[in-house]
Design a protein around this ligand. Structure first.
Ligand code: NAP
Length: 261
């Protein structure tokens, strides 16, 4: 496999499990030096171990909702490596929250973890990338919010739709420094957390996907790799849906196939 991220320092925020871990694995195979972040030290240490056969990786502890943590973490990466070429902002939470029952605290927790974190990490890396005259920022968004609604998740969909607005404006502001900013919008991806939802629910989710399967974390890793690579140098302010065709059908009640086979 060609190593498309050779000599690049990549910070992946929210890399201790799930999609972040998948991005780390794909980036490792492509030669990036990895700085993986999250709050769970033992999970991060496992991911570092897992990718260490392919690349150099280390972990940095920090909460994305805490400005001091994030500042400290970016400072440490700079002290160790002196540059940040790629910033992937993947940390996110999706607790259920029905309108009328959700508290302001619950709303704020999702907005600050999923959206304010994107502003904070981008803002902290901007002076570094500006000086380098180089930067690739890739955010893990979702189809939920930017493309479709999801009952019980108005806070989550608002946070992800907010990312779409943020990157469009940021892309214009950052273009002159050779910094691109884009987002990947996953559909239903099989992560450790999703395995707990039960067989019946999994079946229903799979049925809604024309390709007949849930996505893998590596599916998102490969889309992120493209947007983080030099091949994508003229793409900015864009989003890439990775969902096996889930958002395409006019109605879930229509059959996807002609049932001939
Ligand atoms: P996950 O398995 O729960 O992983 C979430 C990651 O975010 C973990 O590494 C976690 O690290 C980190 N994180 C969460 N809150 C954090 C905080 N306050 N500070 C620092 N790190 C934090 O979730 P996932 O399913 O992989 O989701 C990853 C991203 O993909 C999210 O943005 C999510 O919205 C998006 N997404 C997922 C799906 C899906 O089907 N799974 C679909 C569309 C979009 P620690 O726990 O170590 O802090």
């Amino acid at each position: 496999m060609t190593k498309r991220l050779e000599n690049k320092v990549a910070v992946i925020i929210g890399a201790s499990k799930g999609i972040g871990r998948g991005i780390a694995k794909v980036f490792a195979k492509n030669g990036a030096l990895l700085c993986l972040t999250g709050r769970n030290e033992s999970l991060l240490a496992n991911v570092v171990k897992e990718v260490s056969t392919d690349t150099t990786a280390e972990y940095y502890l920090g909460d994305v909702t805490n400005e001091n943590d994030m500042t400290g973490l970016i400072d440490k990466v700079m002290t160790t490596h002196g540059k940040i070429d790629i910033l992937c902002i993947n940390a996110g939470i999706y607790p259920l929250g029905w309108l009328g029952k959700m508290t302001l605290t619950q709303w704020n927790e999702v907005i600050s973890t999923n959206l304010t974190s994107v502003f904070l990490a981008t803002n902290l890396c901007l002076p570094i990338m500006k000086k380098q005259q180089y930067g690739r920022i890739v955010i893990t968004s979702s189809i939920s919010g930017p493309k479709v609604g999801l009952p019980g998740y108005s806070h989550y969909t608002a946070s992800k739709a907010g990312i779409s607005g943020f990157i469009r404006t940021a892309a214009i502001e950052l273009a002159k420094y050779n910094i691109t900013i884009n987002a990947v919008e996953p559909g239903n991806i099989l992560t450790e957390g999703l395995e707990d939802v039960g067989e019946e629910h999994m079946k229903r989710m799979t049925k809604a996907i024309p390709m007949g399967r849930l996505g893998t974390t590596e599916d998102i890793g490969f889309a992120t790799l493209f947007l983080a690579s030099d091949e994508a140098k003229f793409i900015t302010g864009q989003t890439l849906v990775v969902d096996g065709g889930q958002v395409l059908p006019e109605s879930v009640f229509l059959p996807f196939n002609d049932n001939d086979d």
